[in-house]
Every structure is written in C-alpha cells, then in structure tokens.
Write a new protein. Structure first.
Lengths: 425, 512
C-alpha cells in the first residue's frame, strides 16, 4: 500500500524561523561583519545584500568527543603497497574532508570560515538597527504635505475650459426631452384627432382650423425650448488630495582643496553612502546633489565629486551659499525633505567661518530636516569647528562629529543618528 | 510463505513500463505497484508507505532538520539550512535523492527533479529497503516506536514554542543548547527504553508538572530548614554511575524549572529515537541498496523495464556504492553504502555459490537459503556484530582492506594486518570495532552528586585505549553547569592511579 502526496505546493520557507533564530543568535558577529562590509562598498551597490563571514569556531556546537593520544586502530580500503609490520612515518594530521581553502588561524588548526548571504532587507535592518531618522517625530508633526490634483466627478459650476462636452450635451438632451414631453403628447393627440377629422365623410372645417392652429402653436412652443442652457453645463471637477511627500534631497558638501587627500575623501564617501542608505529606508525618491568647493563652490556629478583633484584655498561658505541657491531654485522646502552633510578636513579661511555659521543658522537650518558636519582630520580643530559648535548648541537639527580613521565612520554615524531619548516638543 | 528461491525467475514477455525521463503520478503509481509486488515476493515486510513529492528547497529543509519531518525551532537548524543551501548552490554537493523517516506510515520524500528512473530507484530503496529494515531490525523494534514518533515530534514542537512564549526565546535557546551538547549522552545503552507514546506523554507531563509544583510548595514550607534533596542516600549518590547524563539531569537537577525538565526530556527522547540509526548505518544502507538493486533487476528480468532504464539506474547505483581507495582524493573513510551493499551481495553469494573458503569460514550459512539468511542477518544484528559475523575473506580481498595501528607513543604508525590469510580475522575484528559505539563515543559517567554538601557534580571520564577527551570538554561542561547550576567537574584516573580533575566549571584557581 502506498499513498502519493504532492507537497510541492506547500508553503515555502519552512525554515525561515530557524534562519531568523540563527541571525538573532549571531547578531553581534553578523553586525561586525556588516560594519566591515560597509567600508568595502561603492556608492552604487546599495541594492544588493551582503555576504556575512563568521569564523567557524564561533559556530561550532560542543560535545564530548575523543581527542588526541592513545591507541587508535583504523581499517582502510585499497591497500596497494603495505604488508603486515610495515612502519610508516605518521602522516600529517588530516584536515577532515573537503580540503577547501581554509584560512590558517592563530590557534594552529585549519579553520574554514562560514560565509552566507543575507538579503538587502536583512542587511539594512542590521545596519540601521537602533538608528532613527533624525527629527522623525518632529517630521510627523509638521510633515511636509504635497497636494496632488485628482479628478473627482463633475459639477455644475466651473471654468469654461473645464466644460465636459459629452456630459453637457447629455444634460441638454435630457432637459429637452423632459421639458417637451407633455407638449409632444398633446401634439400627438391633436394630430391624431386631425387625421380622424380629415378622414371623416363630413366636413369639419371649423374644427380642423382650430386644430391646425393649436398644432402650430404647440410646434412653435416645442421649437422654442433652447438647445442648450446653462443648466445643462457640466464641468470636470478636480479635488486636491494631500500626499505626504516621499521626496528627499541630500546635499553632499565636500572640501576638495589641496589639503584633502584621496584617503580623506574616501572616508567622506563612506559617510555619504551610509547617509544615502539610511535615507533610502524612509524616502522613495532621493535626489543627491554634490557640491564641492575650494575657494569657489560647484555642483558636480558623483564621479567628479569624489575623484577629481583641485588645489587652492578653502572658503566653505561658498558651498553653503550654493546649497542655499539650489534649494531656492529647485528644492522648495515645502515639497522636499532637505538633508545636508558636510565633510571637511577642518581647514577654512579664518574670516569665512563666522559667515558659515550665519548662513547655516539663518538660511539652511530653518529649511533642513537635518544637517550634519563631519571633520576628518588628525590635527587640532580650527575655526570652523569652533563656530559650528555654537550652531550645534542652539539647533537640534544640527550635528557634528570628528572622524580620525576609517574605522571611526560607522560608530560616528551611529552616534550622529542614534535614537534620541529626548522627546521633541 | 515458501519460495523455491533458487528457481530462476521466468522470463515473461510483457510490455515494459514507460521509460520517459519525466515522471507523472500515474507512472509513479505503476512502478510502485510493480516494485511492491516484487518486494512482497522477497518477503519484505514494511510499514505502509506515504510517498511525498517535494522540491529541492523542501529537501534542504528536511536536511536542516536532520530528517525530522516536524522540528522545533532552533538556530542550529537555521545554520544547517544555510550550510546546505550554500553547498548546493555552489555545486559542492548534490542533494540526496530521498529521505526516509522511521515512522508508521513510513514517510519517504522524493525530489521532483529526479527522473522517472531515479524515482523508481528511490522507491525501491527507501519505501521497501529502509522501510522493511525499520520494521524488522531488533534495534529499531526495541528502541523506537514508529507509530508515535510523528505525534511526539509535533508535541515537542508545540511544547517548545509554548515555552518560548512563556519564558522567552533566549532561555529556551540556552536550555536547548545545553541539551544538544549532551545529546549523545541521553541514552541508557544497556536498558531497554519505554516506548514513547503521545497520549501517555501528555498525561505524564501534566501529572509531573503538578507533582513538581507541589514539591516546590513543600520546599517553601520548610524554608527555615536546610533544603532537603529528594533523595535520602546520605553517602553515595547516585548509587551506581550514571551514563545517561540527560536522564540524571532531568530527574535530579535541583534548580531546573519544570518546563526545562520537559525540554531535557524531549531532547533525550529524540536522541533515543536516532540511537538505532547511528548503530546500523552500514546495514541499513546496505540492505536498502541490496534491495533496490535486486528488485529492479528482477523487474528487468521480467521485461518490465527497458535497457535504457537499466543503464541509467546502474549509472546511479554504481556512483552510490563506489568505494574510493585510501589514497584517493575523494576518500573520506569507508562508504557505508559500499560496504553494506557488497556484504549483503556477498552473503547471497556464499549461500548460493559457496567456495571451499566460505565453507570453512561460514559453515552455517554456506549453501543455505539465501533469503532466509539475509532476513535473519537484517533482523538480528547491528553494524558491529554484522561485520564481525559476516565480513568474508573474499570481501576483504576485494576491498584490499588493511589495518593501521596508531600508538601515539611512537612516531610512526604500523600496519597491523592486510588482506592475507593471517590478517583476515584481525582486519575483520578491527573493522567491527570501528562501528562499536562504545569505541566511538566517549565513556563519561556521572559518579557523584554531593547532595549533602555543595551539590557539586562529578563526572568520570574513562579513556578507551588511552585516548584523551577532546578539547571541547570545557565548553560542554559550561552547558552542563547551566543545567545543574552548581559546580561540575570531570575526573580521570591518572597513570599513578589517582583521580585527577581534567576539567571543571566554573573555573577555579589551580590550588584547591
């Protein structure tokens, strides 16, 4: 006796729970791996998941087993050269089966690494765990509302340009039929009477005359009903629908003067990647505007932003000014969530720093959701940092951090965007 | 039923079954019917079959849960799934063609990717080979209850998920981790276990939970007094060394919550369910291979399957029972399929066409009815005894088996025996020992629980042939400590005859 059961259509992912348990269990290792991975990424591949590497040793489940030493007797197949009593130098310790390229570890034993992929979603969740969107609560209070016009039926009043001809003419026909129906009924009756009289053998001249004149008046009355009336007119109606905006623009400001070397720029780049990833979790459409500056600011594309070298002095305010111009021109703060991220090595022309502070406080910060400043330098802080400190003290949507090496970026990013416990009134 | 088995199977001219590569349920049914008929002809007694067609992904699921059709949730299964998936996707391994579960009805999984030939092979192999082994072999008969395992697994899954909701995932996970570490020490080797049945299990569970609750209350009533352990042996507890560590924990760990005891029990029961499989791998696979080979050849002789079918079948079969030599790259120990299959084939040969040598080595089976002999062997042996009973000199020569004696005191290894007249018995004995569970698994027993004092638990490791306890002992001990809550230590008799502590948890200063 046998039953066949087709299980192929059963729900998939039976082991999803177990997978989640696994990720949960090794969260710390996986997070570390994710943090390492972000340093290796280019801006362009944010859409992929990530390979996670965990040392196998961390994953093994212990059990009592036999170790070294003692006497071991084994039987093997395929004897091709041995006879009883042969003594053979002990072969090197077997590395189990498989023999894949294992990394030698410091513990002396060969050790494979356990590598597996996580999806983009899992990756981002891990990356942004404990982080919240800056000012999220405030955002929801004064959420940017964008209105979208949608068709919503027809109405009797409106602008001539919105007249719907078909609907209006349908109304016209209906009105004419309604207004003339009693008259036409009467007309029909009179015409029949007239026909009867005409066919009658006797003459009814008087009556015929009366009927004919009555018919004539009726016909005239019917003809007098207007073909179209203002009552008939129908206009297309539009209503405004509130749509919370999902648009954000992210301004990347970077100093590209001679003092910024490629390594510093790479660090800044990673910071921008993180910010972009972070924003893309919340906003559907994100525009990125790259503004680089030395003594003058210029809007450039991504490649030029990161890889072209300029020399010269530094006037940071030029970039902030350009950012403001671009906002006014293209990204009205009533429609866009504006984020700014400025990276610099701290060099600035001393007299320019107060101007940066003023620009930020007066023009940029009132319009922005968040503005962050990172200083990538090994040296002491200069004037820009000091002025920005004042900004930070008085504004909640401004943050600044100091980065020394690549490894700092991720913690600093977390620091910048960590879930704030303070409640925003 | 008596058969004249030596009678050649008559060649009947019949229209062969369809041999298109693509299978349909109708064709599977036809093949299954023919295979069942032949299996019956050879007296294979089976549980009824439930054959489930699944996808590759579902097969990986089944892999991950070590063949338990219903498994509780635990990260280790997630890890196994990821590993399997990775290996499969990289092409480092193919998936098994089938998985079969020792249950009644016997559940076998067929993968949808298999060709019709492969499905027929798998049905003969799993649904009649393994199935009859599960039903017939003495170890399975006495250690497992096929009719209740599915219910029990379901109970376990639900119970554990309830615990997770009540007590939190982390605590349940920690308990399970600890139990898994001791899983191979959850069986009484020399006692027959009670069979597990769901109804009893449920009844017993409520009863015990109530009882334990009452115990707890009693403890509270006597708070001012010193806590009295349930057991009253003042000097020596346990009286006898306990090899079933999980059982001891379940019954005696002083601070375990009732639900934790139940989880210990669940892991112990599942471990017990897999216990016979560990000891009969060679026989079980050999038996299944022997029968898929014999049944499909029988069908071929009857003209029911075509040459094309046979060629594909033989190709797969040969792969499965291949044994690489010791110096081959793909060598990873003795292939249980190869050894088991060749042994059963060889027993049939000894019965049907014995040589002088066979008559000398196997006087009792040479020339006997092969089918009776095979059934007897299947029913009454496990790998160790099966090999020591039936491994013939001819097979030792065919496999060119040789024995290596490795004493860590020497800087060389020595060839102990090879496939010659003087070596047969020694090779056979050593190969059999290789499958003796007590040689493979470490001998570690609970010798003392200090119930009147600090409640420290002492385990004794008795080395086999002087082999040390593996490095992970400290990690395992941490898990044991998690369950026991008080000090645990492992002692081992040193060469001078004194007991020496080789591991302890929590770690203490050396001077104690």
């Amino acid at each position: 006796m046998a039953n066949f059961i087709d299980r192929r259509l059963n729900s998939k992912n039976k082991s999803t729970v177990n997978r989640q348990r696994f990720l949960r269990r090794y969260k710390n290792q996986i997070k570390k791996s994710v943090a390492d991975a972000i340093n290796q990424r280019g801006v362009t591949d944010i859409d992929s998941g990530e390979n996670i590497v965990i040392p196998k040793r961390d994953l093994s489940e212990p059990f009592f087993h036999q170790g070294d030493g003692g006497i071991k007797d084994r039987v093997h197949p395929g004897n091709d050269q041995f006879t009883t009593g042969d003594q053979i130098p002990r072969p090197p310790k077997q590395q189990g089966q498989g023999g894949g390229p294992g990394d030698a570890s410091d513990s002396g034993e060969g050790e494979d690494e356990f590598t597996f992929s996580i999806s983009k979603e899992e990756y981002l969740n891990l990356l942004f765990e404990d982080l919240e969107l800056p000012n999220l609560e405030k955002n929801q209070l004064d959420k940017l509302i964008e209105y979208k016009t949608v068709r919503s039926g027809f109405c009797a009043q409106g602008m001539p340009s919105n007249i719907d001809i078909v609907k209006s003419l349908q109304g016209s026909i209906a009105r004419r039929i309604a207004m003339s129906s009693s008259k036409r009924k009467k007309l029909k009756k009179l015409e029949q009477e007239l026909l009867l009289l005409n066919n009658d053998k006797h003459d009814h001249i008087q009556q015929e005359r009366e009927l004919t004149s009555e018919i004539k008046t009726l016909k005239a009355k019917i003809a007098k009903i207007p073909f179209i009336d203002t009552f008939d007119l129908r206009f297309r109606n539009f209503a405004k629908q509130a749509v919370p905006t999902s648009k954000a623009v992210m301004f990347c400001l970077m100093d590209v003067s001679g003092s910024m070397d490629q390594a510093t720029k790479e660090m800044a780049k990673r910071f921008y990647i993180l910010l972009y990833l972070f924003l893309s979790r919340t906003y559907k459409n994100i525009d990125v505007v790259y503004i680089r500056h030395h003594t003058q600011a210029k809007e450039v594309d991504e490649h030029e932003f990161f890889y072209s070298q300029e020399t010269g002095g530094t006037i940071a305010s030029s970039a902030i000014e350009l950012m403001n111009d671009i906002i006014c021109e293209r990204y009205s703060d009533s429609q866009w969530n504006i984020y700014g991220a400025q990276a610099s090595d701290g060099d600035n022309w001393a007299d320019d720093s107060p101007r940066c502070q003023a620009l930020l406080e007066q023009k940029i910060l009132p319009k922005s959701r968040y503005f962050s400043y990172i200083e990538i330098t090994q040296r002491a802080h200069q004037t820009l940092w000091k002025h920005y400190l004042q900004v930070e003290a008085s504004h909640t949507n401004f943050a600044m951090q100091h980065i020394k090496s690549v490894a700092d970026i991720y913690p600093v990013f977390r620091e910048l965007f960590k879930k704030s416990t303070r409640t925003v009134a | 039923m008596t058969n004249n088995d030596n009678e050649a199977i008559q060649k009947i001219t019949t229209t062969p079954l369809d041999d298109t590569p693509d299978w349909t349920f109708e064709l599977l049914g036809q093949y299954q019917q023919e295979i069942a008929r032949v299996a019956d002809f050879y007296r294979l007694d089976t549980y009824s079959n439930q054959i489930e067609v699944i996808t590759a992904e579902q097969m990986m699921d089944a892999y991950a849960s070590v063949g338990m059709p219903i498994g509780y949730s635990h990260w280790t299964f997630g890890k196994k799934f990821i590993q399997t998936e990775q290996n499969y996707q990289r092409g480092q391994m193919g998936l098994a063609y089938e998985i079969v579960i020792n249950s009644s009805p016997c559940i076998s999984y067929l993968m949808e990717e298999n060709t019709l030939t492969m499905q027929a092979l798998v049905m003969a192999h799993a649904c009649y080979g393994h199935n009859s082994f599960f039903k017939g072999n003495y170890l399975f008969k006495s250690w497992t209850d096929a009719s209740s395992i599915i219910d029990y697994l379901l109970f376990a899954k639900n119970y554990i998920s309830q615990c997770e909701q009540k007590y939190g995932i982390s605590d349940v996970e920690a308990t399970l981790d600890a139990c898994h570490a001791l899983m191979s020490h959850g069986v009484d080797r020399y006692k027959r276990p009670q069979k597990i049945s769901l109804d009893e299990e449920l009844k017993r569970q409520t009863e015990r939970a109530e009882y334990l609750q009452s115990q707890v209350n009693a403890l509270w009533r006597t708070v001012p007094k010193k806590k009295q352990p349930a057991n009253e042996h003042k000097y020596k507890f346990p009286k006898e060394p306990q090899e079933n560590i999980l059982y001891f924990i379940e019954k005696n760990a002083p601070l375990l919550e009732p639900w934790q005891r139940e989880i210990v029990r669940i892991v112990r029961k599942i471990s017990q369910y897999f216990y016979p499989q560990k000891q009969t791998q060679v026989m079980n696979e050999g038996w299944a291979c022997f029968w898929h080979y014999t049944i499909l050849n029988h069908l071929y002789d009857e003209g029911l399957v075509t040459d094309k079918f046979m060629l594909e079948f033989l190709h797969s079969h040969t792969d499965v029972v291949a044994q690489p030599d010791y110096n081959s790259k793909s060598y990873s120990g003795i292939n249980p399929y190869a050894l088991g299959f060749k042994m059963f084939i060889d027993i049939r040969r000894i019965c049907e066409h014995p040589t002088e040598e066979d008559k000398e080595y196997f006087p009792e089976i040479a020339g006997s009815n092969w089918l009776d002999t095979l059934h007897f062997a299947m029913e009454n042996f496990k790998d160790e005894s099966f090999i020591s009973q039936y491994l013939s000199p001819k097979l030792i020569r065919d496999f060119k088996l040789f024995h290596i004696h490795d004493n860590s005191d020497n800087n060389y290894v020595e060839i102990g025996a090879i496939h010659n007249e003087q070596g047969y018995k020694k090779v056979r004995q050593n190969l059999a020992n290789q499958y003796n569970l007590s040689n493979i698994e470490v001998n570690i027993q609970i010798v003392d629980a200090n119930i009147d004092g600090d409640r420290a638990l002492t385990l004794r490791y008795t080395p086999h042939n002087g082999v040390e306890l593996g490095k992970s002992k400290d990690e395992v001990l941490k898990h044991l400590h998690y369950l026991w809550h008080f000090d645990v230590k492992i002692i081992q008799e040193s060469q001078s005859g004194e007991d020496k502590i080789i591991a302890r948890c929590p770690q203490k200063n050396k001077d104690d």
